[in-house]
Ligand binder design. Structure first.
Ligand code: ATP
Ligand code: MG
Length: 454
């Protein structure tokens, strides 16, 4: 009997109310410039009640496991405009930076931030830092870009980020030197877990120097691996586009005798894109994700499954997430510029193993392999993600203007909330091998719970 991977259990139970408190630079005393707008329209209910909370637990079991009186239940601060804000908009300077890999929706976030800062709050100076954290370090010589509603109006049409991005460590002291020199009050960081860890270093240096600069993150992860939030922006666009690659490879596989299609999708540690994209048309015969180890050989192995499918249906389709099967490779210990582990390339390896196995069995086959990762990362956001990114960026601006810092914005059970940065990087969101998403995939593909398990 092979050992099951440990279940990825929800860890809400370990989080207490104090873990969810959002840091503030100080009391908010300035009446928000939104006031005339919202009051005139009698929409004052849009102001967020400072004491309101979005409860972390949403099941009776979750609540009862705490055994707490109601007011001690951990709750997340709702996003939205506050009647009193911390920064005087007429004196506020805001900066934006994008770091890490590309993801659909980055330009939408930049555009949304600039518009909300300018139109709603009347902030007069918004600047973009080029090429990630490099943009703050003078030795790289990157210029700072003035951002206006006009200059960002059309940027969401294109994928990528108009500000550029980078990986690799930068000195937080130098970054804060730059924030001081540019008289920045508010910094928006758009990036993944590495970027947010970098942002926490910036927050630390800001606090050490006694500065009053808010740092608010808009978490970017195409893999959807940020914990607590429902879904990260760009994820819908990514899996929709990925499903087209599965469709293409399926058409190819069906068109030839013994055709086998193989698609490698993003997902270094979390297989959400592979799962969702495979569920779109249910074309896949096997889905391989990092959370569920697999073996190729034996009666229950992947290869035997594919041979059976080709016998039954004339073709077979495999979807593999880039981080799947890493346990089958020797870990070379290599890392990228940011210190992330370099993964073994499972796609070409799998293609060879499948080809060898069909050749050995004397079956006629033709194998088609697609790796659409870069094509997916660079597409513009779909309408759903466009709307989502606009709302996230608006939420981020409201949070920063109210003096909140060291936090990210996200949506939890359809509500926009503030999440402390420490919590957003505390663990990874992963597909639960015992959860309903993985069960849905198994029902759709008809594959065993785990290839190679007895
Ligand atoms: P992706 O999802 O594409 O990996 P990411 O934000 O995690 O996005 P990284 O390349 O890991 O991308 O990191 C982006 C930036 O954050 C880099 O400049 C990197 O040096 C910095 N960074 C990463 N990890 C840390 C850390 N632990 N402490 C400080 N800075 C970090
Ligand atoms: Mg990362």
């Amino acid at each position: 009997m092979t050992e099951d991977p440990p279940p990825v259990a929800p860890q809400n139970g370990r989080v207490s109310a104090s873990d969810l408190e959002i840091a503030r630079l100080g009391p908010a005393r300035i009446v928000s410039p939104l006031a005339p707008l919202l009051d005139a329209r009698r929409t004052t209910e849009h102001y967020v009640d400072t004491d309101d909370r979005v409860l972390l637990d949403d099941t009776a079991a979750g609540l009862s496991s705490r055994g707490l009186p109601l007011d001690e239940l951990p709750g997340l601060e709702p996003c939205g405009p506050r009647r009193e804000i911390y920064f005087d908009p007429s004196k506020t300077r805001a900066g934006i930076v994008t770091c890490g890999g590309l993801c659909p929706g980055l330009n939408d976030v930049i555009s949304g931030l600039v518009r909300t800062l300018t139109y709603h709050y009347g902030v007069r100076r918004v600047v973009g830092f080029r090429n990630g954290y490099q943009g703050f370090v003078s030795s790289y010589g990157h210029d700072v870009v003035e951002l206006t509603p006009e200059s960002v109006r059309d940027i969401p049409v294109d994928g990528g980020t108009v500000l550029g991005t980078s990986r690799g460590p930068q000195d937080p002291e130098e970054i804060v030197d730059c924030l001081e020199q540019t008289h920045l009050n508010v910094l928006f960081v758009i990036g993944g877990d590495g970027t947010l860890r970098g942002a926490m270093e910036i927050v630390r240096v800001i606090a050490e120097r006694g500065l009053r600069i808010a740092v608010v993150g808009i978490p970017k992860t195409i893999d959807n691996d940020i914990p607590y939030i429902d879904q990260s922006f760009g994820f819908q666009t990514a899996f929709a586009r990925a499903s087209e690659s599965i469709r293409a490879v399926t058409v190819e596989a069906k068109s030839t005798a013994g055709g086998v299609g193989l698609v490698k999708l993003m997902g270094r540690h979390s297989g959400f894109i592979a799962c969702y994209a495979s569920l779109v048309r249910s074309d896949a015969d096997a889905v391989l994700i990092p959370e569920v180890p697999f073996s190729l050989d034996g009666e229950n192995g992947l290869l035997a499954h594919l041979h059976r499918r080709v016998d039954q249906r004339g073709h077979a389709v495999v979807v593999v997430a880039e981080g799947a099967g890493q346990e089958l490779f020797d870990d070379g210990g290599a890392t990228d510029a940011s210190g992330n582990a370099r993964l073994a390339d499972v796609g070409p390896w799998l293609r060879e193993r499948i080809a060898e196995s069909f050749a050995e069995s004397g079956r006629e086959t033709s194998l088609r392999y697609i790796d659409p990762s870069y094509a997916i990362r660079s597409v513009p956001a779909n309408p759903y993600d466009s709307v989502y990114t606009v709302r996230l960026s608006q939420a981020a601006v409201h949070a920063a203007m109210s003096g909140r810092t060291a936090m990210v914005v996200g949506r939890v059970r359809r509500r926009f909330v503030h999440i402390p940065m420490t919590l957003a990087v505390s663990r990874r969101n992963q597909v639960d091998p015992h959860g309903d998403l993985w069960m849905a995939v198994l029902e759709s593909t008809g594959q065993p719970w785990r290839f190679g398990a007895d």
